[in-house]
Design a protein around this ligand. Sequence first.
Ligand code: NAP
Ligand code: ZN
Length: 349
Amino acid sequence: MQINAYGAYAGDKPLEPLKINRRAPGAHDVQIDIAFCGVCHSDLHQVRAEWAGTHFPCVPGHEIVGRVSAVGPQVSGFKLGDLVGIGCIVDSCKHCAECEEGLENYCDGMVGTYNGPTPDAPGWTQGGYSQKIVVHERYVLRIRHPAAQLAAVAPLLCAGITTYSPLRHWNVGPGKKVGVVGIGGLGHMGIKLAHAMGARVVAFTTSESKREAAKALGADEVVVSRNSGEMAAHASSFDFILDTVAASHDLEAFLALLKRDGALTLVGAPATPHPSPNVFSLIHKRKTIAGSMIGGIPETQEMLDFCAEHGIVADIELIRIDQINDAYERMLKGDVKYRFVIDSASLAG
Ligand code: NAP
Ligand code: ZN
């Protein structure tokens, strides 16, 4: 089936309308009519070939929500009309230790929602800046939020799980002091989730203009990280810091804020590496630098249910698909509070 999509033919070209094919649903497949798709900074990194290995034409988008419009004969968990989501994963090997533990995100055979290998033409997956998607039911998530919130649920599928998973893994909760660095799509979700988990949350931003707004997200305190006096006031006090920044920056400044046994976990994936931290910054107080990538399917469902129960959605700005190139420029300037979401109805016609 041919559908409308938006993508780029090269890393230095803007996104434009194009047609793509979706397979007819196989035995275990769910077909989804996409209602909304969030705009992740990873979309920009990939489609502008800032990360290696982009296949063109590239159709980004991995924060997908919509309704089931067809199911294969073996599908048991979903029926026509169900509200569902697709995040960053559309396939994996299904039998390695990671898949068996529900950590498909760490399977060597994980297939990303875009730019991943697939037998479907043209040979790589194409994402949610499109009208429909067809995915094996194992990777389909159930949405329990009210339908009226659907657009604001979309960013949970990547920004939500990418922050929820490390917050859970590093046992964030009551009695813990937690920092979230970068108040963008990921960071604003990190603040909301850490607050809902009961932690004391400090947001770090380079943007003075976000100081007040970050408090409304649930931050107990906001630090402008360019201000060394404000930073020094928090020396050696954090249990955990989650760094969501999309650009290379100095990690030493944040390592100095960790207390003994504290961890700095990186989820931001800038195209150029961070300057290496000094090993003495780690060994003196047994500190850790770690990384974390999205989350597995069961944990993504757990995160969606946690958010539905706590009334958590993203703060979004809804756009038409023909505004996407401008939205990318604004995202680079930090000019979005805090996630663009595409109204997929604008792909029709
Ligand atoms: P975003 O909305 O653009 O937010 C990134 C934030 O980082 C900005 O709002 C800004 O916050 C801060 N920032 C940007 N440039 C900066 C600079 N030069 N110096 C200091 N701070 C800067 O991006 P996002 O969608 O949240 O994604 C963030 C990063 O995570 C991207 O690299 C993305 O590819 C990556 N990512 C990783 C995973 C994973 O699984 N690990 C999943 C999704 C995304 P302030 O204005 O508050 O400073
Ligand atoms: Zn993403």
